[in-house]
Each structure stands twice: as C-alpha cells, then as structure tokens.
Ligand binder design. Structure first.
Ligand SMILES: Nc1nc2c(ncn2[C@@H]2O[C@H](COP(=O)(O)OP(=O)(O)OP(=O)(O)O)[C@@H](O)[C@H]2O)c(=O)[nH]1
Length: 186
C-alpha cells in the first residue's frame, strides 16, 4: 500500500476554499451595495412624487424638481395635471361669480360683496333697467339683444370708478354700487 503525504493536499484544498469564500463575500457585498444604491435612487424620486401629489391634492402650487427618465415623465405629467386643475378651478370660480355675457359680476357675487362690505362702508346703490328690452329682442333678434347688453355693460364700466362694483343681476337689470358721488355725468 502506498502512503502519500496528506498536508500538501489539505493546504491546496483550504487555499482554494478560502479564495472561493472571498470571491463569494466580495460578490455578495457588491450585490448588496448596488441593490442599496438602486433602492435609494428609486425611493427618493418616489418620495418627491408622493409629496408632489399630496400638494396637488391640497391645492397648493408647487413646482416639481427636475427628474430624469420615467420619473421625469411622471413628474411632467403631474405638473400638467396640476396646471389643468388650477385652470379649471379658476374657470369655475370665474363662472360662479361672473356673468358670462358681459363679464360683470353676477347676482350672487354682488350679494356676497354687499353683505360683507355694507356694515363697514357706505355708498349708493343704483339699479339700472333697460325698458322694453323684450321689444328690442323681438325687433332686432336675440343676438343683437346680447350685443346691446355687452355694449351697455362696457359703457357702465367706462363711466364707473375702479372702486365701484358693477353687476348684472340677470336679464336687462344691472346694479352699480358707487363708493363716492360722481363729479361727472353718466
Ligand atoms: N338678448 C338677450 N335677451 C335676454 C337675456 N336675458 C333676458 N332676456 C330677455 O329680456 C326680456 C325681458 O322681458 P321683460 O321682463 O318683459 O322686460 P321688458 O321687455 O324690458 O319690459 P319692461 O321691464 O316692462 O320694460 C325677455 O324678452 C328676455 O328673453 C339675455 O341674456 N340676452
């Protein structure tokens, strides 16, 4: 029976095993590090977008920071959505308080204004009515009646002062709230 020395084999085996363990440990560490960096680079923009969407929900104006790739696309889309929401809100607020034909305040807006201001300020209320407007409509057509209402409203804007309040109450009724007496003739 042949007896070979045992030690050289064992040393070779242990050295190979240690090398393998080191390679495995380094690869694992690199994998964990790159996963951590990848997670970090994903989580941060997501947090920014979540914060952005919360602000949109609260109706706050907020400019999203510049982002790259898909996050940039998402942020751009959310910015466009926010702009649309703000535009719609402004439009709704305008429609709720203005007469769309003449651009003057409407009845509910002037009622709100007067109930808030009348205890504090004084002035004169003038109710203006176009007589026989029905006849104008019948003779000249509804479209020309509309045009007349617009021109009449413009005339009232031209002669009133900026601190006065002008409103179309409906139909051919207008209301002018004058803060100070006019020196000029209307
Ligand atoms: N063109 C136009 N006509 C309107 C508008 N709103 C109401 N009218 C018309 O205004 C007319 C009002 O008629 P009436 O309430 O009889 O008033 P009037 O003809 O001025 O009669 P008096 O007040 O008695 O002098 C109706 O013919 C409505 O159709 C509008 O936005 N545009």
């Amino acid at each position: 029976m042949l007896h070979l020395p045992f030690h050289p084999w064992l040393e070779n085996y242990q050295s190979a095993r240690n090398q393998l363990i080191s390679i495995f440990a380094i690869t694992l560490s690199l994998a964990i590090l790159s996963a951590w960096f990848a997670a970090r680079s994903m989580v941060k923009p997501i947090q920014v977008l979540v914060e952005f969407s919360k602000k949109i929900g609260r109706g706050e104006k907020y400019i999203a920071p510049k982002m790259n790739g898909e996050f940039g696309v998402l942020s751009g889309t959310m910015t466009a959505m926010q702009a649309n929401i703000i535009k719609r809100e402004e439009e709704l607020t305008y429609r709720a308080s203005h007469d769309l034909l003449t651009g003057l305040y409407n009845r509910s807006a002037v009622e709100r204004y007067l109930s808030e201001c009348l205890p504090r300020i004084t002035g004169s209320l003038i109710l203006i009515n176009i007589r026989h407007f029905k006849d104008i409509n019948n003779m000249m057509g509804f479209e020309n009646g509309d045009r007349l209402l617009q021109l009449f409203a413009q005339r009232l804007i031209d002669v009133s002062n900026p601190e006065d309040r002008l409103a179309r109450l409906g139909g051919m009724s207008f209301l002018l709230f004058i803060r100070k007496p006019y020196q000029k003739r209307i």
